[in-house]
Design a protein around this ligand. Structure first.
Ligand code: C2E
Ligand code: CA
Ligand code: CA
Ligand code: CA
Length: 280
């Protein structure tokens, strides 16, 4: 390798170059995807553990790329955040999810579903985010109290004046706020006191460990207790087997999501469930 003047080897990493090219390609692709409607919204049911009843859905964005196939959100959401496209992507998902939520409500007004939408910290930095949400609610007719916005702890821990103001404004209109991947990020829970939080989503990594009969359930148990003492709903994510269900029931967790109950799928899949439930 060549030497730099300070004696350190000059690093030319061809894979880094490739990564940059790949990233640039993906970025222009994502711009096109937005223009050409390649982004879709899939929905995963939220279930009452006691009864098995579906009471809500989480909206999860999907990118149906013409050549690459389905691009996972883990790959393009970070890119969208870095490039600022997250505002457009987020708004698209929110709008679509609220319109769809309203269609389901029309099919089955007695047991209308809640709709949860993931929100990136970048979106909450915008001073007009709360207004944007209110516009979408107005245009779609979807009631605020059935919309849940999910955000990770990091968003609240690195709090800013704007985030706090935005969350308060949203809360005032009736929108509920969920902490996603709860328990993974931070040891301090003090933010739970000054942010208007309604729901804790127990991260999949904790739920996974519940299928091991030797496992200690202490962590999940404490999260459920924190939820109860602060009067918050708890949702367990990533349920894949019946052992996890019985353990979670025993611990007093009310709600769940996971492949065991239903994978994320197109709106039609949920529509069939809604129609079937309305028939009985
Ligand atoms: P998340 O919000 O924690 O969403 C849950 C993820 O776990 C989803 O992955 C879902 O498909 C997956 N999952 C659900 N049940 C199970 C299970 O039983 N087992 C396993 N192994 N996985 C399960 P997905 O759809 O690939 O989304 C990944 C992440 O991308 C999401 O994690 C979220 O952070 C982000 N994301 C997705 N849609 C949006 C969006 O519209 N906006 C933003 N900002 N982020 C999004
Ligand atoms: Ca989520
Ligand atoms: Ca999660
Ligand atoms: Ca996650």
């Amino acid at each position: 390798a060549k030497e730099r003047r300070d004696g350190q080897p000059a690093v030319y990493d061809p894979s880094l170059h490739r990564d940059l090219l790949e990233r640039a390609a993906l970025e222009s692709d994502l711009r096109r995807a937005l223009a050409e409607n390649e982004l879709q919204v899939h929905y995963q049911p939220t279930i009452v553990l006691e009864s098995g009843e579906m009471v809500g859905v989480e909206a999860l964005v999907r990118w149906q790329h013409p050549e690459r196939g389905m691009v996972r959100p883990d790959l393009f959401i970070p890119l969208a955040e870095q490039t600022g496209m997250i505002h457009e992507v987020g708004l698209l998902v929110l709008r679509e999810a609220c319109l769809q939520g309203q269609r389901w409500a029309a099919m089955s007004p007695e047991n209308a579903l809640t709709v949860a939408v993931n929100v990136s910290g970048k979106q909450l930095q915008r001073t007009d985010f709360a207004e944007e949400v209110q516009d979408v609610l107005r245009e779609s007719g979807f009631p605020a109290h059935r919309l849940v916005l999910e955000m990770t702890e990091s968003v609240l821990v690195n709090d800013t004046e704007i985030t706090l103001r935005t969350l308060r404004a949203l809360r005032e209109t009736g929108v509920r706020i969920a902490i996603d991947d709860f328990g993974t990020g931070y040891s301090s829970l003090s933010y739970l006191h000054h942010f208007p939080v309604d729901i804790l989503k127990i991260d999949r990594s904790f739920v996974q460990r519940l299928s091991d009969p030797q496992a200690q359930n202490g962590l999940v148990e404490s999260i459920v207790q924190i939820g109860r003492s602060l009067n918050l709903e708890t949702i367990a994510e990533g349920i894949e087997d019946p052992q996890q269900i019985s353990t979670l029931r025993g611990l007093g967790c009310e709600l769940a999501q996971g492949y065991h109950f239903g994978r994320p799928g197109p709106a039609e899949t949920v529509s069939r469930l809604v129609a079937a439930a309305a028939d009985v």
